[in-house]
Design a binder for this molecule. Sequence first.
Ligand code: FAD
Length: 290
Amino acid sequence: MSGHADHADHAGHSHGPGPDRSDPGPKVAAHHRAGEGNVRVPYPIGARTVSVVARHELTPRMLRLTLGGPALDGLHTYQADDHVKIVFPDPDGTLRAPVPNDHQMLDWPRPMPTTRKYTIRRYDAAARELDLDFVLHDGGVASSWAAAATVGEEVTIAGPPGALAFPHTYDSYVFAVDATGLPAVARWLAEAPPAVSAQVVVECDDPVEHDYPLPDLPDGVCIVRLVRVGDRSALADTVAEVVAELDPLPGRSFLFAAGEATDIKPLRALRRTDALITGYWKRGVAGLVD
Ligand SMILES: Cc1cc2nc3c(=O)[nH]c(=O)nc-3n(C[C@H](O)[C@H](O)[C@H](O)COP(=O)(O)OP(=O)(O)OC[C@H]3O[C@@H](n4cnc5c(N)ncnc54)[C@H](O)[C@@H]3O)c2cc1C
């Protein structure tokens, strides 16, 4: 199951008026306060051309680009793992950007332009800025673009399409992520209630990636840091054991998992409810659609 609403179907069509996209902020907030399980809250979807306003090397393998400009006015983002799609030009340099329609959705050109999804780590409406944190790796359109992006350069982003919101009222949370899921975990930790109880299992390719900055951790949050050996994921085999070896937490827990699709697949069998499990990328596959 996809963890995220999309802007249109994969062929790029949008279908009629669709669900009510008005005023999503209070709906997500109400679900955080008193909801049950995951609920999809569609947002009005925009396409915006913004500028790179800052570059910040978070670790040798993780780069933050701050994007900004007046086009960010009216952006909706209320859930920690909300994402935008970066829209890339065709090889000849032509940018075929999606166009907002009367249904607060986007009409995408066909064939679909190349896009990649990135989590909104931070959005500051007053400053008209947002941060995207890029894992740097070999051979990726987005990774290569980010690595070379210069301050002042323009980029087009589409979305976010909506939230798949989960409540703040579980007794505890388990996060099982790789480096690509760290921005979502960091934003969740920044926005979660202070008394929250969570176990965060993070697996990276290189120990330096564990230096990714997380907000100050409340007393109830512990982190387990794993390092992959080659392509071999300990996460796939051991996340359940890792969590089980921690002091068991009482009550109902929610599982959020995001990372390499094959690595996190076993977690889907482990937990079918009270969970949000999303393949963020897949080895050998460019532009994975989960
Ligand atoms: C909802 C959502 C939110 C996401 N948020 C983030 C985020 O905040 N930060 C982030 O870095 N990624 C995030 N991702 C993952 C990101 O979209 C993918 O990693 C994407 O494939 C990167 O695009 P690319 O153009 O760099 O590589 P692609 O062109 O897609 O892939 C080229 C090659 O690189 C490999 N590859 C792709 N990603 C990685 C990786 N992370 N490490 C090693 N090899 C890789 C592929 O397997 C392929 O062989 C998110 C994905 C989703 C679905």
